[in-house]
Write a protein that binds this ligand. Structure first.
Ligand SMILES: [Zn+2]
Ligand SMILES: [Zn+2]
Length: 383
């Protein structure tokens, strides 16, 4: 089969690879019909995630058709259209039973904090991902979610991560009717967090980013206010001024470890790796909410320490909530919003790239060229 293959930082290519095989009777093989490149794939592409091995196939956002099932798979058969959450989870352990699918205890042999993730380095289990023609799906009965007939593959692909992840970012912010909500990051997660904040009763939503084209997209897609921190010296000062100097009720960090905006954070986190990436967005989130407010962290951070003003959290009496999204838990509500016509997630797709040209897709997305918001990858043979 053809598969995207990591060769080293800023180098990916499409190569022939052996087709994945059923390795356990609970596995299924999915023929991929749509995959996306995620902002978090760029952390891998930039060489920022430890133990990213040459030869791995990335891709944790994919949908497709069941090609083959193992002997113990009961709920799926060949030809079923399925969406696969980016988390790899068993569905049976203590954490899965609590709906914490992103924290499954059985799918990541290399760490206990987070469960497995498709195509996301050996720190999340070393599984090959779905930027390929075929992919192996472990615990297929638990993992695969049938795609309703009225939901197309493009919209379903955005329900494997971006939409349910943004949704959970908003949910963890504990939005109450009329709340003011600040969203850091105008990438797909931030866009879906902003839309979801309205679903949850927000009274005001503002998205923060450094790129005018992304903020313009956010204004259209999420009917929100926007703020470009590149246009000011002190982002927090301006954000507090916007909120009557008291601060915002909630803030959602949809940026994570590669934040811009602070040279100190960037050099220590991204260049020297003295901390787990640059925590600038989280820092600003903590300082921009009001006393007693909530900060929700859905952006990606590694396990090591970050320079975060924990004293401000304590003294302002903030609530911090964080997790990897548990996609399976949120997908039913996301599908309901799609079916009800509240949202058309595929509106965020700006580029459709044949799998054979995926290297160009990574380059465009990484370099923020050509107005890129979300690239979708189409394997050969998928219509
Ligand atoms: Zn993703
Ligand atoms: Zn589990």
């Amino acid at each position: 089969m053809l598969a995207m293959t990591y060769r080293g930082p800023y180098r990916v290519r499409v190569m022939g690879k052996p087709d994945p095989q059923i390795e356990h009777p609970g596995d299924a093989i999915v023929r991929v019909t749509r995959a996306c490149i995620c902002g978090s794939d760029l952390h891998l592409y930039h060489g920022l995630v430890p133990d990213t091995r040459v030869g791995q196939t990335f891709g944790h956002e994919f949908v497709g058709v069941i090609e083959e099932v193992g002997a113990e798979v009961e709920s799926l058969r060949q030809g079923d259209r399925v969406l696969i959450p980016f988390n790899i989870f068993c569905g049976q352990c203590y954490f899965c039973k609590k709906g914490l699918y992103g924290n499954c205890h059985n799918t990541n042999p290399n760490a206990t904090a987070a469960g497995g993730i498709y195509g996301y380095s050996h720190t999340t289990g070393g599984y090959d991902g779905g930027q390929a023609e075929y992919v192996r799906v472990p615990f297929a009965d638990a993992a695969a979610i049938p795609i309703p007939d009225e939901v197309d593959d493009d919209n379903a692909a955005l329900c494997t991560d971006a939409f349910p992840t943004g949704y959970q970012g908003a949910e963890m912010a504990g939005i109450k009717r009329g709340d003011t909500v600040l969203v850091f990051g105008a990438g797909p997660i931030g866009l879906f967090a902003a839309r979801s904040a309205w679903f949850m009763g927000a009274g005001r939503v503002m998205v923060v980013d450094e790129y005018d084209y992304r903020l313009e997209f956010a204004r259209k897609f999420a009917q929100c206010e926007t703020f470009n921190f590149r246009h000011v010296n002190d982002a927090v000062w301006h954000l507090k001024k916007e909120a009557d100097w008291l601060g915002w009720d909630c803030a959602i960090d949809c940026v994570g470890a590669e934040a811009k905006g602070s040279m100190v954070q960037y050099i220590t986190g991204v260049r020297l790796k003295l901390q787990a990436g640059a925590a600038t967005a989280l820092y600003w989130a903590i300082d921009s909410v009001r006393k007693g407010g909530v900060v929700s962290i859905i952006g990606v951070y590694g396990p090591t320490a970050n320079m975060v003003p924990i004293g401000n959290v304590v003294n302002k009496g903030l609530t911090l909530r964080a997790n990897q999204a548990s996609v399976k838990r949120n997908v039913p509500r996301c599908l309901e919003h799609i079916k009800a016509g509240h949202i058309n997630p595929k509106d965020v797709i700006t580029h459709r790239i044949p799998l054979e040209e995926i290297a160009e897709g990574y380059h465009i997305f990484s370099s923020k060229l050509d107005g890129c918001i979300k690239p979708m990858v189409i394997p050969p043979g998928a219509s």
